[in-house]
Design a protein around this ligand. Sequence first.
Ligand SMILES: Cc1cc2nc3c(=O)[nH]c(=O)nc-3n(C[C@H](O)[C@H](O)[C@H](O)COP(=O)(O)O)c2cc1C
Length: 346
Amino acid sequence: MNIWENLPKPFLILAPMEGVTDIMFRQVIAKAGRPDLFFTEFTNVSSYASEKGRWNALERLQVAPTDSPIIAQIWGKNPEHFSECASALASLEFSGVDLNFGCPDKHVNKAGGGAAMINTPELAVACYQNAKQSTNLPVSIKTRLGWASLSEHQTWLPTLLEQHPAALTVHLRTKKEMSKVPAHYELIPGIITLRNQISPQTKLVINGDIRDRAHALELHAKYPKIDGFMIGRGVFQNPYCFTNHTPTCEELMELLKMHLDLYEDHANGFLGGIRSRYEDEATSPVKTGARSVPEKRHSHDPSYEPLKHFFKIYVNNFPGAKDLRAKLMETHSVAEARQILADNLS
Ligand SMILES: Cc1cc2nc3c(=O)[nH]c(=O)nc-3n(C[C@H](O)[C@H](O)[C@H](O)COP(=O)(O)O)c2cc1C
């Protein structure tokens, strides 16, 4: 089954966001109101292809039952590593593979990946073709309009469409623009024309500054040929953005408590979970020395600090939110955060 052919029209996607849309946050959003499709954060194909990086890549690719359907997003610049990673993804729980050709991060670009692919179109095509030939899963692409100038989209998007990807997500900005200017909605009609002329079967997904379901439906009424919409930072303003529901303080606190619980579960057993799926060495994706790797090096014990970045999503837009958030930002553990919530919300 090609998942892209089985989505409502228009469909909504939660954008891949490194450090945000991990297995925990996706479960929170599934509870608030799920999109039609999830994406993982991006995973480096060369990390997957190396013995040293594979567990780390697999941890990033772990999914929860509520994630389904979910697309694995990958990045890199080595076509053989795209093959290796794409072929492995078919045996995991994914409905598709997406290639990231748009990330503007300077480390990613220096490594030749993400938006740097816009400057090496032949390599981008080779990576796509290798991924495509290595999996039965549908392969899609997420990119930007160009590296430095808007006019680049007139050659870059056709290069990609000529490969007939299952879907093409266009973040309506150049790499150079980062997210500092409004998304170029004025280019949507031209992009629809390119898709219709070159690869009418490719689903066209528009991304950039879309706030919520109502906003997506408004854009769809204006441009009915768009197949789907991807929402990234809109979820920071309203974790219920896929439903258009305006949450109450109680609902937001339930989501925060759920996130704290999930964080604790993962900090306590995340890696054990993924290793236990590969108890049989013969089927383990890490062939040599997997069991001899010291636990300390690989134990997934992210510090509590990154979790605090999520507090403003939940503790927002209700009376007293600012003071409560300030108190939560002073905490150093889930237990402390729970105590603050108990003291302030009774
Ligand atoms: C914190 C953060 C992390 C991101 N990580 C990724 C990523 O891993 N892969 C990707 O394709 N895009 C990534 N993006 C870009 C988003 O998917 C999206 O294209 C961008 O935020 C524009 O959409 P928006 O205006 O709805 O936020 C990231 C964006 C943010 C804010």
